[in-house]
Design a protein around this ligand. Structure first.
Ligand SMILES: C[S@@+](CC[C@H](N)C(=O)[O-])C[C@H]1O[C@@H](n2cnc3c(N)ncnc32)[C@H](O)[C@@H]1O
Length: 207
């Protein structure tokens, strides 16, 4: 089964995770909120069931799994079909949360994000750092995981390098040092290297 088949089959289970782990969900949200522009038109690539887009006031999403997209639509997100080309320089910001590990061609995906952003648009990635304790655990137990069986985790340095190559700079990092053992919402700390869930934000250069 490929990732889309898995997300089609287990969309309800995926969505329920956020109910059972509301402290982790809120900690991830706080880290994303700390870098998301206060206004402007945003899009979430790999919007899933819309849990982040809905609370971050992001109206648009792209999602290959129809079952996930249907739940996101119920949350008010306009899910754009993947094969429908988005016009150049449409969005002020784009986010991607735990999606990097499923992309088969990251340079192509990141340059497409660069294309659809307006000049000085912000690209925000939320990810599990491969070099963190949780990243190493996920990597080790991946064969037993429904959702991460096919995932390829990356380090913050790898993703930063790929974003730079796609034409982004002015990097900012936020991390959650006690994730996933925190029992309450964690306030993010700047930087990376101490947190398992890391948010990277960077600006589109004019190239
Ligand atoms: C771990 S889920 C994250 C969903 C959502 N961003 C969230 O954090 O709840 C990964 C999502 O990436 C989507 N995905 C997989 N490959 C993708 C691709 N090439 N482009 C966009 N989304 C993709 C999956 O269908 C799935 O919904």
């Amino acid at each position: 089964m490929n990732a889309t088949d898995i997300y089609n089959q287990f969309s309800a289970e995926y969505d329920e995770w956020f109910e059972r782990h509301s402290n982790l969900y809120q900690s991830e949200l706080s880290a994303l909120q700390s870098v998301i522009p206060e206004d402007g038109k945003g899009i979430e690539i790999g919007v899933g069931t819309g849990r982040f887009a809905q609370l971050l006031n992001i109206q648009y999403g792209v999602e290959p799994s129809q079952a996930m997209a249907n739940i996101a639509r119920q949350r008010g997100i306009e899910v754009i079909a993947e094969d429908l080309p988005i016009e150049t320089a449409t969005f002020d910001f784009a986010i991607m949360v735990t999606v990097d590990c499923f992309l088969s061609d990251i340079p192509k995906a990141f340059s497409e994000v660069h294309r659809i952003l307006k000049p000085k648009g912000i690209f925000i990635i939320g990810m599990i750092d491969k070099n963190s304790p949780l990243g190493q655990l996920y990597e080790k137990d991946k064969a037993n995981s429904v959702f991460y069986k096919n995932a390829i985790f990356h380090s913050v340095e790898e993703i930063t390098g790929l974003m730079q190559s796609a034409g982004f700079d002015k990097f900012q990092y936020q991390q959650t040092p006690t994730y996933p053992t925190n029992t309450e919402t964690e306030q993010p700390k700047s930087g990376y290297g101490k947190g398992s869930f890391v948010v990277i934000a960077a600006e589109k250069t004019n190239t």
